[in-house]
Design a protein around this ligand. Structure first.
Ligand SMILES: [Cu+2]
Length: 268
């Protein structure tokens, strides 16, 4: 019986490890400037944790077999454990976790704590049950005032965001259902949520951040390739969560300018 359990444990361990090594279900190809650093950090974490996982599971299987019950076995007795070993593995685990955190924190902080570059494309991203809305400040570079009492999610677009038509700065604001940005330029995202917490996730940009009601969270990323990339909500936000996806279109600067001008024209 001990041998059977050993085989089952080893089989599960090796089979699940295979899918990670073979990258059966993996991240989509990265298309932002932060991809290399984030993927490297991801790989370092995975390899270190993978080695520990495999070693621990192989050891578990071995011990199950080695100390299996037999007619001739002596009775099990209570053990207080090994204080020295416990100190060693707790210290090693702490070093590993703190080390990985220190290694990853500059990458994490770079998207958040450094303000966006001058000339970044500014897009206000608002999550609400169950859609994403994207607002561009227009030629004046200013986002108009949005008032909670004017919000009407069922109306969609500007009305959903509660844009105040009396505010001159809101006159040229453009609200869209897809996010379009120029390639090779930093995108400043101003993240908001109306109702519950959502999470703005663009896997190809290696970009993920919660949108929290009452907060305007500033972050940035730089798309390096043109194309259409999926946006998902990565926070279970209600019954319609599954359909809360959107599209990020990364296009040339020229194409972007034309697209935005066309949206402006539609508004007038
Ligand atoms: Cu959501």
């Amino acid at each position: 019986m001990g041998l059977v359990i050993l085989c089952v444990i080893w089989l599960i361990t090796l089979a699940s490890t295979y899918f990670f090594v073979a990258k059966t279900w993996w991240l989509p190809a990265g298309a932002s400037a932060a991809t290399a650093a984030i993927d490297h950090q991801f790989a370092v974490t995975f390899v270190l944790m993978g080695i520990i996982f495999v070693a621990a599971q192989l050891g578990l299987g071995l011990f199950v077999w080695r100390y299996r019950g037999e007619a001739s076995s002596t009775r099990a007795d209570y053990s207080h454990g090994n204080f020295k070993l416990e100190i060693i593995w707790t210290t090693l685990t702490a070093i590993l976790f703190v080390g990985l955190n220190l290694l990853g924190s500059p990458i994490w902080a770079a998207e958040r704590f450094r303000p966006a570059e001058n000339g970044a494309t500014r897009v206000e991203v608002t999550g609400m049950q169950f859609a994403w809305y994207f607002r561009y400040p227009g030629p004046d570079g200013k986002f108009g005032i949005a008032r909670p009492e004017l919000e009407d999610p069922s109306a969609g677009g500007e009305a959903a965001l509660g844009l105040d038509p009396a505010d001159p700065a809101s006159k040229d604001d453009v609200v869209t259902g897809i996010m379009e940005v120029p390639v090779g330029r930093e995108v400043e995202v101003i993240l908001r949520a109306h109702d519950v917490i959502h999470s703005f996730f663009v896997p190809a940009m290696r970009f993920k951040q919660d949108a929290v009601p009452g907060l305007a969270i500033h972050m940035h990323f730089t798309p390096t390739e043109t194309g259409n990339f999926e946006i998902a909500c990565a926070e279970l936000c209600g019954l319609g969560h599954y359909k809360m996806h959107g599209m990020l279109k990364v296009v040339s600067q020229d194409e972007f300018d034309k697209w935005l001008a066309a949206r402006e024209a539609e508004k007038q």
